[in-house]
Ligand binder design. Structure first.
Ligand SMILES: *Cc1c(COP(=O)(O)O)cnc(C)c1O
Length: 380
């Protein structure tokens, strides 16, 4: 099956007992057994639920993985992968990360004896220089958030493989519609399905997808033991969102690309960051690794916090809100919102400055979006 067909059909077989074309949502915590120890594959919904299993099958197929496990949030999915590490192990990551992932590395993993080292740049050599015998995991987010740098997944997984290090890629920004890390050699893909996968800003969720079937056992063990399982309604809504993922991503990419080009050179704009702009530092890699630039555009405004804040308050269609990846456009001020938990000196060193704005470009009519941004720029 091709990608768009997988989105609509995997895990969506008609219900065998009623013929219902859309499978029912299984609102049940427990399952009646045939005899002690004899189940139909389901015993208790923390461990497994049919609606969740259907979603997991679909997400695994989308990423070309052997299996997947879904979670109640992207952060819970991240925790599941990190649960495979032991005190004394270390992680290598690039510092421009989702703020909540940085918070887990620094405030949960580190006190538990797992050290995370941050690469100074995005090149494979920057990662390689931090690897030693304790390194058990390389964590990649590409495109990075919010500065949209790209990391060469193929090159990094090659250097990890030769040393027996696992590679996890947070594929939330690109989605499997634009980039499939497992096919480039990664071992784990992590998603915040809250974003593009669900796509409608109405359900929090996460997923871990593995390339090799035996990697799923520790992830499922963690889910069963620690909890963090999504409810059936959440799984149903996420699965419903997936059906339109390819067409949504096409529109997100088209609109974001148009907005990026519209803003380049505009009065009040210092620079525009979008992987498919020729002037983007990783443009060649973007063309090789991704089949679309995604729906996020980051912009540096001229001026400081005051005028940037005014801009953020002046858009009408772009709502000033955390999160991204929904059909509606959002605007975010990373330094004061999504990345506020990163200390200011660390943030500034990374380039997450007070004049940086991140746009999650939705799938509204692009002319309305351009007009909205133009009137907000005029206000400053
Ligand atoms: C939102 C996000 C997360 C965390 O996901 P939640 O569903 O909010 O827990 C992780 N990684 C990236 C890139 C994200 O954007």
């Amino acid at each position: 099956m091709k990608f768009a067909t997988t989105c609509i059909h995997v895990g969506q077989d008609p219900d065998p007992t009623t013929g219902a074309t859309i499978p029912p949502v299984h609102f049940t915590t427990t399952y009646t057994l045939d005899a002690p120890g004899e189940s139909k594959g389901f015993v208790y919904s923390r461990s497994a639920n049919p609606t969740r299993v259907a979603l997991e099958k679909c997400i695994a197929a989308l990423e070309g993985g052997a299996a997947a496990s879904s979670f109640s949030s992207g952060c819970a999915a991240t925790m599941a992968v990190l649960s495979t590490l032991r005190p004394g192990d270390s992680v290598v990551a690039y510092a421009d990360l989702y703020g909540g992932t940085y918070r887990i590395f620094e405030n949960i993993s580190r006190p538990n004896g797992v050290d995370t080292r941050y690469a100074k740049g995005t090149s494979p050599a920057d990662f390689e220089s931090l690897i030693d015998a304790s390194t058990k995991l390389i964590w990649l987010e590409t495109p990075t958030n919010p500065l949209l740098r790209l990391i060469d997944i193929d090159a990094v997984t090659q250097l990890a493989k030769s040393r027996g290090i696992a590679v996890a890629v947070d594929n939330t920004f690109a989605t499997p519609a634009l980039q499939q890390p497992l096919s480039l050699g990664a071992d784990y893909v992590v998603h915040s399905t809250t974003k593009y996968i669900g796509g409608h800003s109405d359900v929090i969720g996460g997923a871990v997808i593995v390339k090799d079937a035996k990697l799923i056992d520790p992830i499922l063990f963690y889910l069963k033991s620690a909890g963090g399982c999504p409810g059936p309604m959440d799984c149903y809504m996420t699965h419903r969102g997936i059906k339109t993922l390819p067409i949504r991503m096409r529109e997100h990419c088209a609109n974001a690309s148009a907005i990026a080009r519209h803003l380049v050179g505009k009065r009040g704009i210092a620079s525009v960051i979008y992987p498919m702009l020729e002037e983007h530092p990783d443009h060649q890699l973007a063309k090789k690794q991704m089949c679309g630039g995604g729906g996020i555009v980051s912009v540096l405004l001229e001026g400081g916090f005051e005028s940037t804040s005014r801009f953020c308050r002046s858009t009408k269609l772009f709502s000033l809100a955390e999160s991204l990846g929904g059909v509606e456009s959002l605007i975010n001020h990373p330094a004061r919102m999504t990345h506020a938990s990163i200390p200011k000196d660390v943030r500034d060193a990374q380039g997450i400055t007070d004049n940086l704005v991140r746009l999650s470009v939705g799938i509204e009519d692009v002319d309305d979006l351009k007009e909205d941004i133009d009137q907000a720029l005029a206000s400053i």
